[in-house]
Design a protein around this ligand. Structure first.
Ligand SMILES: [Zn+2]
Length: 415
């Protein structure tokens, strides 16, 4: 009879402990005992009430004494390293794990996540809290000295870094600085990340007086040299003014380039032919309108700053229309234009002036406001060579550089 029971109730390998299966087993045992009124029932009960639970308990204790994890809850800093093997007990054989599933975890975002260590039957969970408690750091690039009324941009003066936030907010409190008065001041900087961790920093700022202002003006561009000139100005973190003409359309993109890099654009002439543009007042304005429209199309802005070909004091125009400048000067003013001449001539208009002479001609001045005539034409490579020397000379002497738009010096030969 006993063997019948085991034959009829031969169990498949017990997989997961299915409650239905357990109930089924107990019912079968019960009915078996009732049906057969076994005298040794006590032993059977003993087997099922004591022995089997005992075996289960031993198994459970065994499982847990060989538990996978040595902790169930960890706290990690955002964007730190996460290695799931670190949290497995040292004496646990990792090869017995079916899989480790950390797909829910996003270490780059704060939050609570679960990582699953799966055995064939049991599953262990590691709860991971990703937090951000690290404040951004500020690195200082050195002393801050600015000229009176110089445009100040602190964003480039400090390196701000954070473990989670690529661009932490930087708030500069410069309310104690009087930019128009020479002196030594302090600014307070606060940087904050997404999690509101913040760092504060105090930095000294010196405001010093400058010797004067240089306006570098480039006529006759755009040309093959425009980009190089813009690059040089960028290298020194300064800007100049380009009085442009309507030359080859393939080069017009350089007007946009110069403008987009913070340089001022002025109107010079359409065709730069004295015989045509100074033939009459209306011929002059036809020519001016042509360059005006071209620039407006390119940069989306109407320009009213101009430079007469030859300057306002030119006499060459008299060859084509006697006394035309006496008409043009008041007329352009009435129409709302401002014309600019120069008080320093670099001499680069002459074909044989070399870079060193251009440099000497440009820097040999003691004016407070220096407006230098230079040329941006493809042949004027010596001008490009001279430019860094000119800039460095004036910078060493304490000059600052402005464009006609951000400075207030209007240089006119005839007013
Ligand atoms: Zn010119």
């Amino acid at each position: 009879m006993k063997s019948d029971f085991f034959k009829r109730h031969r169990f498949k390998k017990i997989g997961p402990l299915d409650p239905n299966r357990i109930i089924y087993v107990f019912r079968k045992i019960n009915s078996f005992l009732n049906t057969h009124r076994i005298k040794k029932g006590f032993l059977v009960y003993f087997l099922f009430i004591v022995v089997i639970p005992f075996v289960f308990c031993v198994g459970f204790v065994h499982q847990n004494t060989h538990a996978v994890l040595n902790t169930h809850h960890i706290v990690l800093e955002v964007n730190s390293e996460f290695d799931p093997l670190t949290y497995i007990k040292e004496d646990y054989d990792v090869s017995k794990l079916r899989t480790i599933d950390s797909s829910e975890l996003d270490i780059s975002k704060t939050g609570s996540y679960s990582v699953y260590y799966k055995k064939p039957i049991l599953e262990y969970v590691l709860y991971v809290d990703v937090v951000d408690t690290t404040a951004p750091t500020i690195t200082d690039f050195g002393s801050l000295t600015y000229y009176v009324d110089e445009e100040v941009d602190y964003s480039q003066q400090f390196r701000v870094e954070d473990n989670s936030n690529q661009t932490p907010t930087m708030i500069v409190d410069d309310s104690a600085v009087d930019y128009s008065t020479v002196g030594t001041y302090s600014i307070n900087i606060e940087v904050k990340d997404h999690a509101n961790n913040s760092t504060t920093y105090t930095k000294e700022v010196k405001i010093v007086d400058y010797t004067g202002v240089v306006y570098l003006t480039f006529d006759d561009g755009p040309s093959d040299n425009t980009k190089e000139i813009v690059d040089i100005l960028d290298d020194y973190n300064i800007n100049g003014t380009f009085f442009v003409i309507c030359n080859k359309s393939s080069k017009r993109k350089y007007i946009q380039l110069a403008y987009n890099h913070g340089n001022a654009i002025g109107l010079h002439t359409g065709n730069h032919k004295y015989s045509q543009l100074y033939a009459s007042t209306s011929a002059y304005f036809d020519d001016l309108n042509r360059v005006s429209e071209m620039v407006e199309t390119l940069i989306g802005k109407k320009i009213t700053n101009i430079r007469f070909p030859g300057g306002s004091s030119n006499t060459v125009s008299n060859q084509y229309c006697q006394g035309i400048m006496n008409e043009l000067i008041p007329t352009v003013k009435e129409l709302g234009y401002t014309y600019y001449d120069w008080n320093v001539d670099s001499g680069d208009a002459k074909s044989n002036t070399d870079a060193y002479d251009i440099y000497l001609n440009s820097v040999n001045t003691g004016y407070k406001n220096v407006m230098i005539l230079l040329h941006d034409a493809s042949a004027k490579t010596e001008t490009v060579k001279a430019l860094p020397m000119i800039i460095e000379n004036f910078q060493k002497r304490g000059y600052v550089f402005r464009t006609i738009e951000d400075g207030d010096f209007v240089c006119q030969h005839i007013s």
